[in-house]
Design a protein around this ligand. Structure first.
Ligand code: PLP
Length: 413
């Protein structure tokens, strides 16, 4: 770490204080939370906004004439406007509210791809993907006779760019790739890859679950057709998320699910679907979860995404340098561009044992395959220990992680 980097990290503002869950002790030690890639903690501002909504404004949205229903609708639709602004979608009609990244990707697979795919078509993904960006495509391939093809990654966990370019041929119906790998932390050059695909008229879906919490995202600048993400990875509650989709594509897509709210008129003879984006939002949504996403966006924008990215980048670099200095460590995922996540193994200690020993010292990391089994096979391992940082982490957290790992080493020696 350079002196400038170390000064920046040590001078970090105390955003940690905004997060009540981080003020506790776990197993007799102050909590060090390094599992934000799985689920991030919520700031007081989000918790309060959601609680306030539950206490005073809760009712069902859209259909009511009474005051609480109006308030709930305003809060829900207000959050949609904040999301539009946050990712710079061209219109609020392009923001479909879902239960999370997983549902968003399934929606695209079933509603955009399934009616159009034919045997011989290809769906291109990469070897880096989370299961949520693999299995929905396998399902739609089984349903249509299309073929799933996979762009390889190198030993560092970087997509092999030349091979990806070669694979982007005229038979590819859609390219789906992650913005940031949840298993290895690789940041993909999404803008460049999207440009290549678009030059061949191939639509692109970006799995942004690990992108949105850590960097500014401008869907128009990225040029993608779909961008999926989850509230709980960006400091909001679980069970609510977003599918950004180009309006022209959404317009031509049939509904994903049928039910209330996605219709204008129903009779037994025929149903007229609602306008965008409601055509894709059947049933009562996760209103408080969406309100929470709105509050999380307020919180993030008050700090500034660029500032968060810069802070986290220095922290990540510090973490990698400190981990790399431990005897017996093997870093998994060493791509040039990385964010938040570092996977590793220590001597021949099983990752689960490592996670348990760290938990005894108040340090929360994730262990296992991280819902990315193909990544693990590619690296020739069953799983890893994974530390992931967010804006509330500090150099002290990393030092505690290293200390805990040193203790684990001694224990297993
Ligand atoms: N994609 C990536 C890259 C992820 O990290 C995750 C969750 O870990 C998902 C998709 C699935 O997100 P969710 O479970 O919120 O739908």
């Amino acid at each position: 770490m350079t002196v400038a980097q170390s000064q920046l990290v040590h001078a970090a503002p105390d955003w940690r204080n905004d997060f009540p869950a981080l003020r506790q002790e776990v197993n007799g030690h102050p909590l060090v939370y390094l599992d934000s890639a799985a689920s991030a903690q919520m700031p007081e501002a989000v918790i309060n906004t959601v609680a306030e909504y539950q206490r005073h404004d809760h009712a069902n949205v859209h259909r009511g004439v009474h005051t609480l229903s109006h308030r709930a609708t305003d809060a829900f639709e207000g959050a949609r406007d904040k999301i539009r602004d946050f990712i710079n979608a061209a219109s609020r009609t392009e923001v479909v509210l879902t239960s999370g990244t997983t549902e968003s990707i399934n929606l695209v697979a079933q509603s955009f791809c399934r009616p159009r795919l034919k045997p011989g078509d290809k769906i291109l993904i990469t070897h880096l993907e989370h299961h949520a960006n693999i299995v929905p495509w396998q399902l739609v391939c089984e349903q249509t006779g299309a073929e799933l093809i996979v762009a390889p990654i190198d030993d560092s966990g970087q997509i092999e760019a030349d091979t990806l370019t070669t694979l982007l041929d005229q038979d590819v119906f859609i390219l789906a790739l992650g913005h940031v790998s949840n298993a290895l932390g690789t940041v993909n050059p999404v803008r460049e890859i999207v440009a290549q695909a678009k030059a061949r008229d191939i639509p692109v879906l970006v799995d942004g679950a690990q992108g949105v919490p850590h960097m500014p995202v401008d869907v128009q600048q990225l040029g993608c057709d779909f961008y999926a993400f989850s509230g709980h990875k960006m400091f909001a509650p679980t069970g609510a998320g977003v599918l950004y989709a180009r309006e022209s594509l959404l317009d031509a897509m049939p509904p994903y699910q049928g039910g209330g709210d996605m219709i204008l008129e129903v009779s037994f003879g025929a149903t007229v679907y609602n306008e965008l984006p409601y055509k894709f939002e059947a049933g009562t949504p996760n209103i408080s979860g969406v309100v929470g996403i709105g509050a999380a966006i307020d919180y993030l924008q008050a700090i500034g995404m660029q500032r968060i990215t810069e802070y986290e980048q220095h922290l990540h670099n510090y973490m990698v340098a400190q981990l790399d200095a431990i005897d017996g460590i093997r870093l998994i995922g060493t791509a040039a561009a990385k964010a938040s996540v570092q996977s590793f193994l220590l001597d021949d200690i099983h990752a689960h044992d490592l996670g348990t020993i760290l938990d005894h010292q108040g340090v929360a990391i994730r262990t296992g395959h991280h819902c990315a089994m193909p990544v693990m096979s590619r690296m020739g391992i069953a799983g890893t220990a994974r530390a992931s940082v967010a804006l509330y982490n500090s150099v002290d957290d990393i030092d505690r992680l290293v200390e805990a790992l040193q203790k684990a080493r001694k224990l297993f020696a």
